[in-house]
Write a protein that binds this ligand. Structure first.
Ligand code: GLU
Length: 368
């Protein structure tokens, strides 16, 4: 789950977004992009790039894009490789609605099939793109009203920002399971997945709760519960500066990481419980032994994994140092599964141990 920012106000949104996206870089991401409602109001300009925000900036160098309503995103791919096509924002078929999304849409395959039958053409491998087409398909003439209809169809965890040429002076924000806040300014407002993205511009915020949907214009913020009832949300004020905000008020990054563990574990589990893992579940159905191979810190994580897997799945688990596993006589057959854990995906011993085990008939599936 990565970063979202949105701006609606008097300034040119482009530098605001690029600056905000840079403030989200500390979260890690693989690609980035922005969608701007150009000043004329009848066109959405989308710019995306794989790599860093500076690559996106270089790619946009010299292009004169100006608009007062825009959304931006840093992507951490869950569905589809990091490519320009898969980077967000994603735009509806007629080019009238653009969206950014953090999280995972669990039922995207089912929604995609239905949309394809209706004639929608998909340009990416993401789960996210269904949201853009759904918005166009269900558009009632009112973006806010449509957001309720779209949210009803989505299963999973998501924070979504939406802009449209139909209603060029507003952003719609939807939150369920992934963080989303609204930054309050004077003659301008923001949406963001994390406070640092907009802290340069405001220190006053409204936090959206799961199921809530917001309408944000330059001088108005309305928040609704899932049943469409308008809520009185109390704004909160932060006194942090950007460097403190990146540490979310904690003294050190280490302290922050410790306190973030519930969110991180939640994000990770969400990432692995999506429908594309049906293949993985199918593959693991009949196993009777699991080796977890790892090195260093990953080895310690594996020991915790052994504890939980043996308790819940009742499958014997052996945890091995990858460097030792490679060179010993291990017992492997087609009911053995191998799980390699690596922080970078590049630990040589773990990679080679996995390859060797695969050759010997073990079930192995690669996930980064
Ligand atoms: N699931 C989406 C994708 O793969 C969103 C990823 C994110 O949260 O950055 O594009």
């Amino acid at each position: 789950m990565c970063g979202i920012i949105g701006y609606v106000g008097k300034r040119n949104a482009v530098p605001v977004l690029l600056y905000g996206l840079q403030r989200l870089e500390y979260r890690g991401y693989d690609s980035a992009g922005i969608a701007v409602i150009e000043n004329s109001g009848n066109k959405i300009v989308v710019e995306k790039q794989v790599g860093k925000i500076k690559d996106l900036q270089e790619h946009m160098w010299g292009k004169k894009i100006e608009g007062h309503t825009a959304i931006g995103h840093t992507r951490w791919a869950t569905h589809g490789t990091p490519t320009i096509e898969n980077a967000h924002p994603h735009t509806s078929q007629r080019g009238t609605i653009s969206i950014v999304h953090n999280g995972i849409i669990e039922n995207y395959l089912e929604l995609k099939e239905k949309l394809i039958k209706k004639g929608y053409k998909f340009r990416s491998e993401t789960d996210t793109e269904v949201i853009a087409h759904l918005f166009e398909d269900l558009y009632t003439g009112d973006l806010l009203e449509t957001a309720f209809k779209v949210a009803e169809k989505l299963d999973g965890a998501y924070a979504v920002g939406v802009v449209s040429t139909y209603e060029p002076d507003r952003i719609i924000a939807i939150k369920k399971g992934s963080p989303l806040i609204i930054g309050l300014g004077k003659d301008e407002n923001f949406i963001a997945s994390d406070i640092p993205a907009v802290l340069e511009y405001t220190k006053d915020f409204i936090a959206l709760e799961d199921g809530e949907i917001a309408l944000v214009t330059k001088d108005r913020v309305e928040v609704y519960n899932p049943e469409g009832k308008k809520l009185e949300k109390k704004p909160f004020h932060v006194t942090w500066d950007v460097s403190v905000a990146e540490k979310a008020g904690y003294k050190h990054f280490m302290q922050k990481e410790i306190h973030e563990q519930p969110r991180t574990v939640g994000d990770t589990i969400t990432g692995f419980s999506s429908s594309k893992d049906e293949k993985l579940f199918e593959m693991l159905k009949d196993i009777n032994r699991l080796y977890i191979i790892a090195c260093g810190t990953s080895y310690h994580a594996a020991l915790v994994g052994k504890f939980w897997i043996e308790r819940f799945a009742k499958i014997p688990v052996e945890v091995d140092y990858a460097s030792e596993f490679r060179y010993r006589d291990r017992i492997i057959d087609d009911r053995t599964a191998i799980l390699g854990i690596s922080q970078s995906g590049e630990t040589a011993d773990t990679r080679f141990a996995l390859l060797d085990a695969k050759k010997e008939g073990a079930k192995a599936m690669e996930r980064l």
